[in-house]
Write a protein that binds this ligand. Structure first.
Ligand code: GCO
Length: 453
């Protein structure tokens, strides 16, 4: 299996999920700070107030990353930590925190991959209409400029937004995620349009201001449609389904990937959404479709699709008792072949897997260790499939396990453990899980260890 020589092996996390320090040193509130306090929104009323306390323990965490041998660490910046009101005055201590964290990474030879926005939207901007306000695209670009001016001497790899599908569909349509809104679909489409424009304007800001040549990507939550067999008919059916827009929500790949990579909204979606579509002004689509250096894929699972006799595609009924993770997500390794493959075939933009992993039933065993054989098996199966995609010509920059640490899993609070490092949320103690040691061997061998049974 040929992982390229310069393939980047990393792990990922996001600000609200690990930092804590929710009101420290002048940080403003995010919509997750506020919504996590609403009764019944998050499991057992958990909040990110302390989380992994990474804000105070980042040095220890960087040491652990270095023990695992990570080449790179994907993190996100808390927008309200840097701009407490979302726009305007800069909170210098917030920037100093990211300075210190980056310096620690670089001293350990770990390359930072920075995500500008991973869902902790400034509450003050939400009060000004948030993503419904057309100015939100400029607010984001201005924030991007502050970050790039300060950090781009040390950061080269940038991602604008993480999975806007999720905060738009779950945060603005179903209300499960912050800001907890249940808006009419026309408003969801309007917010989505502004969020896409924010992405494009941030790419422009990064390219215009970066002090070192930037490598820029957009992070998509990819629901993969896996061909039920490798017959040409099933492959083409799954491909068609993967990019079809057939339902009235925005959690559909092509609704983002076509505007971003091709500068157009897909025709089937436009026809289906009809009068709910917001007005699109001249120049908007050009802003959205800034050329990218990579398309970043968060892939956890896929479903099998087969060709129908009429030439369409259909979901293959799922087997009872199929393997599921603690999120009840399918163990479906081929998603890491077909997801990158279909996206590469369609857009020819290099891929990176910026999240992949599983919630496991982890605890500290009697011997004081955390044994997580399911996670090792899961990651091995998925990584073999990404290796196969690379062998078949998909260009690939790197792979990031989600997550470096157990953390605040949004509406599920601390009830789900995704880390390769165990965190005791009472004491803050960290323990490397077996999967962390296994991953070290994978990294050291540049993937050769994946062939071991
Ligand atoms: C996402 C987010 C992460 C999650 C992870 C597990 O993909 O939903 O980027 O923040 O924690 O994916 O659900």
């Amino acid at each position: 299996m040929g992982f390229p020589k310069d393939f980047v092996w990393g792990a990922a996390a996001a600000s609200y999920q690990i930092e804590g320090g929710a009101t420290d040193d002048g940080k403003g509130l995010s919509v997750w700070d506020t919504m996590s306090r609403w009764p019944g929104k998050v499991w057992e009323g958990n909040t990110g107030d302390v989380a992994c306390d990474h804000y105070h323990r980042y040095e220890e965490d960087v040491r652990l990353m270095s023990e695992i041998g990570l080449h790179a660490y994907r993190f996100s910046i808390s927008w309200p930590r840097v701009l407490p009101e979302g726009a305007g005055a800069v909170n210098e201590p917030g920037l100093e925190y990211y300075d210190r964290m980056l310096d620690a990474l670089l001293e350990s030879g770990i390359q930072p991959w920075a995500t500008l926005f991973h869902w902790d939207y400034p509450y003050a901007l939400y009060c000004r209409g948030g993503w419904l306000n057309r100015d939100s695209a400029d607010w984001f670009a201005d924030y991007a400029a502050v970050i790039v001016d300060r950090l781009s001497d040390r950061v080269t790899h940038w991602m604008t937004q993480n999975e806007p599908q999720v905060y738009l569909a779950l945060g603005h349509q179903t209300g499960e995620h912050a800001p907890g809104l249940k808006l009419p679909f026309s408003d969801v489409l309007l917010a989505t349009h502004h969020s896409l424009m924010a992405h494009g304007k941030a790419v422009q800001a990064i390219r215009a201001r970066a002090k070192t040549t930037p490598v820029v990507g957009f992070v998509s939550a990819v629901g993969v449609k896996i061909p039920a067999s490798e017959s040409a008919d099933d492959i083409e059916a799954a491909r068609e389904c993967m990019f079809a827009v057939t339902e009235k929500h925005v959690f559909q790949e092509a609704w983002f990937s076509d505007p971003i990579n091709r500068g157009v909204y897909p025709d089937d979606g436009l026809a289906l959404f009809g009068a709910d579509m917001p007005p699109i002004r001249d120049g908007d689509m050009e802003i959205i479709s800034q050329p990218l250096d990579f398309y970043a894929l968060n892939i956890y699972q896929g479903q099998n699709y087969a060709a129908t006799p009429e030439g369409g595609c259909e979901l293959v009924p799922e087997a009872d008792g199929r393997p599921l993770t603690m999120m009840n997500w399918r163990v479906s390794p081929e998603a890491l072949y077909w997801g990158p493959r279909f996206l590469w075939d369609r857009y020819h933009v290099p891929t990176a897997i910026t999240e992949n992993g599983m919630a496991n039933c982890d605890w500290v065993h009697l011997d004081g260790r955390v044994h997580d054989p399911q996670r090792i098996d899961f990651l091995k199966r998925y990584l073999r499939e990404y290796g196969r995609a690379i062998d078949d010509g998909v260009e690939a920059l790197g792979y990031f396990v989600w997550s470096i640490l157990d953390n605040f899993e949004w509406a599920f609070g601390y009830s789900k453990r995704f880390g390769i490092i165990y965190v005791d949320f009472g004491t803050g103690e960290r323990i490397l899980k077996d999967s962390a040691f296994w991953y070290r061997a994978v990294i050291e061998s540049n993937g050769a260890a994946l062939s071991e049974p």
